[in-house]
Each structure stands twice: as structure tokens, then as C-alpha cells.
Design a protein around this ligand. Sequence first.
Ligand code: MLT
Ligand code: ZN
Length: 483
Amino acid sequence: MQAEAQAPNPETTLRAMQAIVGENACLSGDADMQPFVTDYRGIYHGKAQVVVLPASTEEVSQVMQWCYANHVPVVPQGGNTSLMGGAVPDGTGAAVVINLRRMNRVLAIDTVNDTMTVQAGVTLSGARTAAEADQRLFPLRIGSEGSCQIGGNLSTNAGGTAVLRYGNMRDLVLGIEAVLPDGRIYSQLRGLRKDNTGYDLKHLFIGAEGTLGIITGAVLKLMPQPRSTAVAFVAVQSPAAAVQLLGEAKRLSGQAVTAFELISRPALELVLEYLGNVPSPLPEMHDWMVLIELTSGTDAESLNATLMEILESGFGQGLVLDAAVAASLSDAQNFWRIREEISDAQTRTGGSIKCDVSVPLSRIAAFVEDASAKVLALEPAARMVIYGHMGDGNVHFNPLRPRDQPAKEFLAQWYARISGLVDAMAHAENGSISAEHGIGVVKRDDLTQFKSSVEIELMWQVKQALDPRNLLNPGKVLPARRR
Ligand code: MLT
Ligand code: ZN
């Protein structure tokens, strides 16, 4: 199944797009298109015939109808913050990029139903702010919230730092509107918590990275805003001690554990160097730390007491070596800044070997220890930047070049071997090779190794049913079919 090789003349495509969305909503010069054909880290570069910025679902539908009739591939794009090259066109220049940034309206907030209806181009921070204005919480929390869009969050089933409490994006949506490859509109913008009327089709589009349809709108779940938050930066004895501490935190606080993020010493050292003026929360360096956040509907005093109880229990059992409890909002923000900037700190050093793996929580500590030992046996001077959502069994396991080795050389020497090794170890633990970053182009071909032929065949059958001409985000997610 291939897109037709012969793309229409770009002039023809441009005129057709202008007729649908208007001249000002079409970008065609190389300079204007550049930010839309390169990912935000500047790693993946492609080309496009034209970048289209539709203002409505109807316009998306018309663009898709034209592209379908003319066999033109389409790359849907939100904030272009994919780490996997999922929102960038390939190098052929055949594609039309549809960026949804102009569809950025919050359409309705229903405070009785606790739902919010948004267009897909609303940024995550826009959605969170709109919810806050009505004293509600939209709980998805990821570092790129200022630029990533709800449509992209859904298309990649985004995770982040509050999954432990609230779930992934898939858990936070009740209804979806999506435009199909041939321009038909699948419209289920409903805020129902119960609807057992057959296949729940919205889930096809969630996590499909724009290969089955273009999400244009969604009904999101809203939560009560927590009344209090307590945050601590805690040095722990080991990854296993961290997991035990999480157990204690759950036992002592009930539902209050919102985030439980692991940070290795090389990750902390790197981010502190990058930030420059932000002090380490703890006076001494330790090999392993966790950032714990509790939130609740109770008052701050009793939540802080619960946090202290957790830490005391941790000290008592030898799990905790030291702890800094945020005494103010600005302390808590500083702790979080340290955690959230680890990603960009790596980009600034020339990049690391990015592995985004998950295993059952019961296996995560052993996984981290074993995988670290295997990598260090290959390259003893690699810096083991390991951090992330330990409470979900998900770590970003990102070996970084030795200080005296150029990044290019390190990545050329080790990327394939080490990421292959780490992924295989996660897979052997019944884990995932992409816990929350998706597949895009980066992991596409690896799927043949880590998914069964039944799974891959089913993926292609679904693709064939919805996108028989393979026009929507071609080359992403689906690996070559086994014959
Ligand atoms: C994070 O948790 O910081 C994000 O998933 C981004 C990243 O790991 O690079
Ligand atoms: Zn993450």
C-alpha cells in the first residue's frame, strides 16, 4: 500500500489549498515552511508542497477531500514537539502539512458535567488555564505544555508527570471529532462517561499519531482542583528503595500521590550545570533521588503531616538518606524546574541515547540496575542520565556521552547498540520500548522485533480500512509488513 508517487504540481496544490482556507492560511516559501518541516529539536528535516493552517473542521475536511482525490499525502501537525519525528514530513516534498494552530478555541466548559470541549489546536497550557478559570483541573502535565496542542496530546496518547494519579491522555477524554483520510467527519463530541454501544471508535485515533484520521476536537474530563500540594526532593538508597518508598507513600496517603519521579545523580548534575543559578535542593549529592508530589482536597497542614509521615517511615526503614520539603510555592517550582529541564539539558550537550521504556513497577528497580550495569560494561565513562515517571514503571533511560567525547562520535558508536540492548531488556520484562513518546519514524522499524506478526498485521488491517490509499502521515508508526 503506497501513496501515488506522482504528486500534483505544487502550484496546483497551492491554488487548491488557497481556495479552501484562503491565501493567508497557506505557507509555501522554504523560509515560511521551515518551522513546520523540522522538529523542534532540529533533528528531523523534511519538505512539503505547502503548509495549510485551517480554521475549522469543515476546512480540514475539504483539504482532506482534495488530497484524497489527488493522491496527495498529508502530515497532520500540532505543536511539533514530538521526540520521535512523528509530525514532520519526509524528504520527498510530496506532502501537505496541516497544522491545527488556528483551531485554538475552547468551545465550552460544562461545570456540572465536569467537561471541556476544545478545538484540537488549543495548547495544553491553554486548556489548563481555561479549566482553572472555572476552578477545575485539567490534569495532563508535560514540559512542552506551552506549545504542544490537545490534538497532538491525543494523537500521541501523551503521558507526563501526573499519570500516576490521573492516567494518560487516553484516560482524560470522553469524546473526539476527527476527519478521515477521505474527508468524512467522525463526530462524537459528547461528554458521556458511560456509552457501551459497540466499538469505542475514538480510541482508534488516540495514539495513532495521525495515521488514521486528523483529530480536530475533543471533550476532555475536568477534575476538582486540589486544595493543597506538598512536594519533597528526596535522596534514596537505591532504585529499589525508591519503589519501596512509593509503596509507603501510597499506603499512608491513599490517593494523594500525584507524581513520583526518579532522578539519577548524572541527571541532576547535568541539569544543574545547564540551569546555572538554581541550587541543588539537597546539600550533598546522592546517587538516586525522587521528586514526590502529593495533592489532596484536604488542608495543607494535614497533607504536610502525611508527607512527613511518609518521609519518617522512609528514614526509619533506611530507604531515605536525606529530604528537602518545599516550604513555599517557589521551592516547589524550583524542584519541578530541575526535573523538567533534564530533557533540554541533554539536547544542549548534543543529545543522548534516548530510551523511553516501561516495565511493571515490580520490575523497574531491577531493570534500572541491570540495564545500567550492561551499558557501563560497554562504556564505563557514559553518564547514566536516568529520570522520569518511576511511579508508572516508566523511566527515560538516556546514556550520555563521556565528558571528553564529542556527542556525534558517542552517538555514532553506541546509539543503535545501546538502545537495542535497553529495548530488548525492557521487552524481556514484558515492558514497552516506547512508554509515552510514541513511535513516529524513530521506533517504527523496531516494532517488527517487539510486536508479534498478529499485532502488526492487525495494525495494517486497521490502517487499510481507514486509509486505503496510505495518505495520512505515511511512513510513521507502521513497520513494513511481513510477507
Ligand atoms: C520528560 O519526561 O521530561 C519528557 O518525556 C521528555 C523527555 O524525556 O525528553
Ligand atoms: Zn516523560
